[in-house]
Design a binder for this molecule. Structure first.
Ligand code: P6P
Length: 335
């Protein structure tokens, strides 16, 4: 079956040809991500067999226990991206500050910055649930030399030139967009090749799945609570189905295929979000809009938010346009 489908390499080449002005740098960058995905996949898939499971014995800058695979994925993606001489800087959930990448000529006029969550949902590793890598790519704003955090890394999500994720699940799939729709590529592990398995991914017209950690219900705002009750009410096409894996990439991937909304509202007395704006919310919001969906903070477009710090948190509601619109209406009415 796979021999009837294009490989990722063929897809990248054909799409690069569509942009004669492009220097092919972005294609090289996607190829670097493809390589890092294969390397990480190999480790994730055998995590149960070698002593790479469990706690790496230290915590990341978020104060979260770093799982060994988190550290491994972070190292591999940074190494691979550095080697290709295309990026001038890399920011990661696992690194307090961004990493400047010097080019061989020492001038560092590489044109892209990449922000990654190397292994999102890693608390699922020990229970063998799917996890993922999320990436976000921008053109640098500063002219040359060392990248500048404010200018280059804290751009609004609408400036992204590409974004995507790799989901390490029952199969390994790379889903990404360079601003011309969303496409998915499934890895044939026997050949080590990604095949174009999901052309032109779009949220279905109607969605009937809602994904939220209802254990936090008491901490949600009145508008979010009202929307959840709306999802559960027996009326018209409802009640909707509740599905929540606790892995953003996995919940998102199911919803883009079957139709639904993913919600991580602000919670607790400080009403802060959990997800990070720059390398979780923004890339998923870019993909959402490219797949004819909507991505909101609850009161505005995620991609319009001007980031203030590298690891700042934000609420995320993304999925079918109609579902997100309905949620925003409840928030506007109630909050
Ligand atoms: P909770 C994983 O830690 C993550 O960042 C997302 O992948 C996931 O959707 C969410 O947090 C799960 O958080 O609080 O429901 O366990």
């Amino acid at each position: 079956m796979t021999n009837q489908k294009k490989t990722l390499g063929e897809f990248i080449f054909e799409n690069q040809a569509a942009f004669p002005y492009s220097t092919g740098e972005l294609s090289k960058l996607i190829n670097a991500i493809r390589l890092a995905a294969k390397i990480t996949n190999h480790e994730v898939n055998k995590a149960g067999l070698v002593d790479i499971l469990g706690d790496a014995g230290n915590t990341n800058i978020q104060g979260e226990n770093q799982q060994k695979l988190d550290v491994y994925a972070n190292t591999k993606f940074i190494q691979t991206l550095k080697q290709r001489g295309i990026v001038c800087g890399i920011a990661s959930e696992e690194e307090e500050d961004f990493i400047a990448v010097n080019s061989q000529d020492g001038k560092n006029n590489n044109q892209y910055v990449v922000l990654i969550d190397p292994l999102d949902g890693s608390s699922n590793i020990d229970v063998n649930a799917s996890v993922g890598t999320i990436f976000s790519i921008y053109r640098r704003i500063s002219p040359v030399g060392q990248p500048v955090q404010l200018e280059d890394f804290l751009q609004p999500g609408k400036n992204q030139v590409a974004a995507g994720y790799i989901m390490y699940g029952t199969s390994t799939i790379l889903v990404y967009s360079t601003g011309n729709g969303v496409n998915g590529f499934t890895l044939n592990p026997a050949l080590g090749t990604f095949y174009h398995s999901h052309p032109n991914m779009q949220f279905p017209e109607n969605g009937n799945i809602y994904s939220v950690n209802e254990g936090n219900y008491v901490h949600f705002s009145d508008g979010v609570k009202k929307y959840i009750k709306y999802c559960q009410k027996e009326e018209g096409d409802r009640p909707y189905t509740s599905r929540y894996i606790g892995s953003l990439v996995s919940d998102f991937h199911r919803n883009i295929i079957k139709g639904g909304i993913y919600m991580y509202p602000r919670i607790g007395p400080t009403q802060k979000g959990k997800l990070r704006l720059t390398y979780e919310c923004n890339p998923m919001a870019f993909l959402t809009e490219q797949a004819n969906g909507a991505a909101s903070t609850g009161s505005g477009r995620i991609l319009d938010v001007e980031p203030k710090t590298l690891h700042q948190r934000e609420a995320l509601f993304c999925g079918n346009k109609e579902m997100v619109k309905k949620l925003e209406a409840f928030i506007a009415e109630k909050d």
